[in-house]
Design a protein. Structure first.
Length: 78
């Protein structure tokens, strides 16, 4: 189910662009999220793919246990 929410600082509702994307699910604390971004960049280099300039993160349900956090990282491909 999708629900709206009020914007707060840098967090706001938006629409994702149409097109092919490469995604990865990061499981763990946000302090290691860059590793997942780096893995997607490595995949793109290995597969001769280019990004279309847009990327986004989708945050799963909050947990006080960092090992239970899930974040989907997506990059729009050319």
């Amino acid at each position: 189910m999708t629900r709206g929410f009020d914007a707060a600082g840098e967090v706001y509702a938006t629409e994702t662009p149409a097109g092919e994307v490469e995604t990865a699910v990061h499981v763990g604390g946000y302090d290691r999220l860059l590793e997942t971004h780096d893995a997607i960049h490595a995949w793109a280099r290995a597969h001769n793919r280019a990004f279309a300039g847009r990327s986004w993160e989708i945050y799963g349900d909050w947990s006080d246990d960092p090992a239970r956090l899930e974040t989907t990282v997506a990059y729009l491909l050319k």
